[in-house]
Design a protein around this ligand. Structure first.
Ligand SMILES: [Zn+2]
Length: 85
C-alpha cells in the first residue's frame, strides 16, 4: 500500500492583527497573494500590515503534490503559451 507522504504546513500569523502573511511549506515561506509581504525586522520577520510579531500556527498537513503546487503555483498569467509562427 502506498501512502502519500504528508508535508507539515504552518500558517504565518500576526499576533497583533491576526492577519495571515502566508504559509511555511516544506520549510519555505509561501506568501499569501492578497497580503502584504512581511518586513524584515532585526529580530526576525514582522507583519507587513502593522509591524507586529509573526508566529507559526500549525495547519493541516498537505500531500507532496499539494505542497509543490503551493510552493510553485501554476502560472495563470499567460493562459496559452504563444507558438512561434
Ligand atoms: Zn499585523
Amino acid at each position: 500500500m502506498r501512502s502519500a507522504q504528508l508535508v507539515p504546513v504552518f500558517n504565518v500569523v500576526c499576533v497583533m492583527c491576526s492577519r495571515s502573511a502566508g504559509q511555511i511549506v516544506c520549510g519555505r515561506f509561501v506568501r499569501r497573494a492578497t497580503a502584504r509581504p512581511p518586513v524584515r525586522g532585526h529580530d526576525g520577520s514582522r507583519c507587513g500590515e502593522c509591524g507586529g510579531n509573526l508566529y507559526l500556527e500549525p495547519a493541516e498537513s498537505v500531500t507532496q503534490f499539494m505542497a509543490s503546487q503551493l510552493v510553485q503555483p501554476p502560472r495563470t498569467d499567460g493562459a496559452v503559451p504563444l507558438r512561434a509562427a
